[in-house]
Design a protein around this ligand. Structure first.
Ligand code: BG6
Length: 512
């Protein structure tokens, strides 16, 4: 490789050990999430030797099925979704420790059956009564499951056994519902037992933002309003709403992506250095950063946001129909499939530095990145030369599809005259590190089994996120279809989003 000399500087840290003995109970075990993501992640953990020998998996779902049929379903999913070649031994071992409970999450009888199943598997598998309950269900079931687990004592920690619950997103649909859900869960469980998941935190390159900032002395001195012009956070997808019309039309791009995934990226960029690399310290700093987002009021709300909806065109080779023609979407829907926001962070580090966020479906390319633009060098020195402008200095943390960190700077073009060109220095993860197959869920499930909550969200962080987006939700609700921009599928998004930037004399980086 030419751009950087390949040198593995001392790798620090110790190799991971298998997690604690435990039983994983998946509520919603017949769903897409369990089959496509969770069970393949368990397989990867088993293949990497990180799943404990004393382990059991209990599926809970409405489907009237048997343990054999459940096992056969899981095997089919593994054959379909596992990344890489399957090791039949590992798969056999994983499938041999499964049990199934049929029942509705609202029905107390389900929890009586679950108690019996747990007594049986815990005896046979010696799991030391440690239990991890994974709520891979529609959000309406989160509170009833939490209540039932609390009331039946299934989640009560006793005799040294731990009991934890993992809750999928969306955690609430607005500030009030997120607060209500937190209140309800915290009446029955301790904050320590609740792991609110955001799969973005399972991505290695997202975790690396913190390491880049805090394990290198180089960045901290310039990571502030004196040197940074602005920050752009982009999560662009080529995917359409597909067959998720019912969920998506009630949710929209803002709720689906911003208070969770985009705010995880924002808080990692904006947070102050935590005193320790430990859950309490890290989560407190992230929550403070979100709490410092300026909450716009009245007039400025609509000025600092753009919402759009895609209309028929091609994305790559595929014809995409109007969002409004998607199955289960209202023909006059005003739900946004694209959102762009300008946010300010009210603290000494970031005062005056805009954070521009955008995310959308059916865009030109799939790209998730955080781009930090540094202030320009004074131009005066080049006034009497042929140089008419300097390229922008961007530090770009690319999360997907490329896992890469790039730095753009100005360099002299070889030759007798002073000519300057912007060049890019790039570090690609795959050039330096080998990593096993992973969807991100491996890390999150493993961390939960070992009791490390650093990559999970605390109640205050969740609520701070909703507080920051609530004014936009309210303003759009009031505005109805007014101000909803249209953009062509396969494009860069609505022209109004470009205007949001150009008004400040800035431009989005192209989605390519
Ligand atoms: C999910 C959203 O949380 O994240 C989806 O509900 C979105 O709408 C997905 O497509 C994006 O995740 P990723 O990992 O593909 O960027």
């Amino acid at each position: 490789m030419q751009t950087l000399q390949k040198m593995r500087i001392r790798q620090t840290g110790t190799a991971a050990k298998p997690a604690d003995p435990c039983t994983l109970v998946i509520f919603g075990s017949s769903g897409d999430m369990a089959h496509r993501l969770l069970v393949p992640a368990l397989y990867n953990l088993a293949a990497a030797g990180l799943l404990p020998d004393c382990f059991a998996l209990v599926g809970v779902a409405r489907a009237d099925s048997t343990e054999e049929a459940f096992r056969a379903d899981l095997e089919n999913s593994l054959r379909q979704y596992a990344i890489g070649r399957l090791n039949e031994d590992v798969m056999g071992r994983l499938l041999s420790c499964t049990a199934y409970v049929c029942g509705d999450a609202d029905d107390p009888a389900t929890y009586r059956k679950l108690t019996k199943a747990l007594e049986r598997v815990e005896r046979v598998r010696h799991t030391r009564h440690n239990r991890l309950f994974y709520l891979a269900t529609p959000p309406a079931s989160f509170a009833p499951i939490g209540r039932n687990l609390g009331e039946t004592g299934l989640a009560r920690e006793e005799n040294g056994a731990w009991r934890r619950i993992i809750i999928e997103k969306p955690f609430g649909i607005d500030l009030a519902s997120a607060q209500a859900l937190n209140r309800e869960l915290l009446e029955l469980l301790d904050e320590r037992q609740i792991y609110r998941i955001d799969h973005y935190l399972g991505k290695e390159t997202v975790q690396n933002i913190m390491v880049l900032r805090f394990a290198n002395g180089l960045f901290e001195p310039i990571w502030n309003r004196h040197h940074i012009d602005h920050v752009q956070i982009t999560v662009a997808e080529t995917l359409t709403v597909g067959n998720r019309g019912r969920f998506y039309d009630a949710t929209g791009a803002l709720r689906d992506m911003v208070p969770n995934h985009l705010f995880q990226l924002l808080s990692l960029v904006a947070m102050e250095p935590p005193t320790r690399f430990e859950a309490h310290a890290v989560r407190s700093e992230k929550a403070h950063a979100l709490d410092a987002i300026h909450v716009p009021r009245d007039g400025s709300v609509l000025r600092d946001c753009v919402r759009g909806q895609y209309v028929a065109a091609r994305v790559g080779d595929n014809e995409v129909e109007d969002y409004r023609k998607t199955k289960d979407v209202a023909p006059d829907s005003t739900t946004e499939t694209y959102v762009a926001l300008k946010l300010m962070i009210d603290n000494w580090r970031w005062a005056g530095v805009p954070f521009y966020l955008r995310t959308g479906k059916a865009l030109k390319a799939r790209r998730t990145e955080v781009a930090i633009e540094f202030k320009q060098a004074p131009f005066a020195m080049f006034r009497d030369t042929p140089v008419d402008q300097l390229a922008q200095n961007f530090l770009v943390m690319s999360i997907q599809p490329d896992e890469c960190i790039g730095l753009q700077f100005n360099a002299k073009v070889p030759g007798p005259t002073v000519t300057i060109a912007g060049v890019n220095m790039a570090f690609n993860y795959r050039d330096f590190f080998d990593s096993g197959p992973s969807s991100g869920y491996e890390t999150l499930i493993y961390d939960c089994m070992t009791g490390d909550a650093i990559l999970f969200q605390r109640a205050d962080g969740i609520e701070a996120g909703w507080r920051a987006v609530q004014p936009f939700l309210d303003a759009w609700h009031q505005a109805g279809s007014e101000g909803l921009a249209a953009y062509k599928a396969g494009s860069q998004g609505p022209a109004e989003a470009d205007a949001l930037m150009s008004r400040d004399g800035r431009r989005w980086r192209p989605i390519a």
